[in-house]
Design a protein around this ligand. Structure first.
Ligand code: NAD
Ligand code: IPM
Ligand code: MN
Length: 369
């Protein structure tokens, strides 16, 4: 098999710290499982702004297009908090999603048995939880026009963003959700605010039509986004697959992360449409950001980044066995009581980012022996 082309973009803050632990896992896979990866790495976000004056170079976008998959860290750097949107570090990820048309962001929230006590919710509420949030990522209020800040006649200002969704944008992401549900518990809950937004009303109509036409075997329900936020805390296990727009999906997935114990646990995959040769553009990233409050301390949880890499192996490279080995190694390390600061609780062993990474590699070794 030719080496898989992998583009690694660590980004800012804790991004490079947690990515380093993935590097150790890649080295292990090459040494012990005979896999080979053709890896290129580049700068994005604040790191790229510092070096090149822009959050992402066109050349990096072209590299992403050419790669078999992209592993992304996180972007965001307080040094650029004052600059305009065209120069913010976050533009790197927004542009990658746009340019590669990565419209479906899969954000699984799974509770590891060893971590039922780490959630801020009661163990009985979260035990065994396994939900999948499918977030639309190239449309909605993030990208709709008009947008901007206008100065009014009296000198005061007006900030404008517009929520826009078209039939085809809704349909393609809903299709992803229905297809996923068929491989899971066969239930989809579609989330919008059709009670106040036309884009939400259209969302509901399009999902309902598509369901009737092609997915009548899947159980479909609809929920208003505010109620959904409440239901995710009240009884998260009522859900299987959730499908929603860009902004609601962003909020609900951060909320869902706390059901699993920490934002530092949740991976994601952002997928586009397959081309005629069957190649599907894909980017994998933790749902957390660059965590400037803990960057540089070596205490970030690398598991979200590591599980994002496992998703990459599963979805883009079809290395199912290796993905499973990694997921099991993570579960084993947690069962052994090792905890980074964000998931630490009484009686457990506190470890650093690199100690957590090394412990996972150690478990891989044990499983392989
Ligand atoms: P954040 O996700 O970076 O951090 C939120 C909180 O969670 C912080 O207290 C942080 O310490 C903690 N946390 C996050 N990841 C952790 C991990 N792996 N281990 C332990 N603790 C972790 O969100 P924020 O602070 O609102 O944003 C910081 C910057 O990151 C901003 O510039 C934002 O735009 C950016 N951001 C980027 C992405 C991305 O690149 N995909 C995602 C979210 C936020
Ligand atoms: C995410 C992040 C991004 C988003 C930001 C950094 C642009 O919060 O991936 O969840 O809002 O999509
Ligand atoms: Mn987010």
């Amino acid at each position: 098999q030719p080496a898989k082309k992998l583009l690694i973009l660590p980004g800012d803050g804790i991004g490079p710290e947690v990515m380093q632990e993935v590097r150790h896992i890649i080295a292990w896979l090459e040494a012990k499982r005979g896999l080979s990866f053709a890896i290129t790495e580049d700068l994005v976000g604040g790191a790229s702004l510092a070096q090149y004056g822009e959050p992402i170079r066109d050349d990096v976008i072209e590299q992403a297009r050419a790669a078999d998959a992209v592993l992304f860290g996180s972007v965001g750097d307080p040094r650029w908090n004052h600059v305009g949107f065209e120069k913010r570090p976050e533009l790197a990820i927004l542009k990658l999603r746009q340019e590669l048309a990565l419209f479906a962001n899969l954000r699984p929230a799974k509770v590891f048995d060893a971590l039922v006590d780490a959630s801020t919710l009661k163990p009985d509420v979260v035990r065994g939880l396994d939900i999948m949030i499918v977030r639309e990522t190239v449309g909605g209020i993030y990208f709709g026009n008009p947008r901007g800040i206008e100065t009014l006649a009296d000198g005061s200002k007006r900030g404008i963003n517009t929520e826009v969704y078209t039939t085809s944008e809704i349909e393609r992401v809903a299709r992803v959700a229905f297809d996923l549900a068929r491989k899971r518990s066969n239930r989809v809950c579609s989330v919008e605010k059709c009670n106040v937004m036309e884009s939400g009303l259209l969302w509901k109509e399009v999902v309902t039509d598509l369901h009737a036409r092609e997915y009548a075997d899947v159980e479909l329900t609809h929920m208003l986004a505010d109620n959904c936020a409440m239901q995710l805390v009240r009884n998260p296990r009522q859900f299987d697959v959730l499908v929603t727009g860009n902004l609601f999906g962003d909020l609900l997935s951060d909320l869902a992360s706390m059901l699993t114990g920490s934002l530092g646990m949740l991976p994601s995959a952002t997928l586009g449409a397959a081309d005629s040769a069957g190649k599907c553009p894909a980017l994998y990233e933790p749902i957390h950001g660059s965590a400037p409050d803990i960057a540089g301390q070596g205490i970030a949880n690398p598991i979200a980044q590591i599980l994002s890499f496992a998703m990459l192996l599963r979805y883009s490279f079809d290395y199912q066995a290796e993905a499973q080995l990694i997921e099991e190694a993570v579960a084993a390390v947690l069962a052994n009581g090792l905890r980074t600061a964000d998931i630490m609780s009484e009686g457990k062993t506190r470890v650093s980012t690199s100690e957590m990474g090394a412990a996972i590699v150690n478990e891989l070794d044990k499983a392989q022996a």
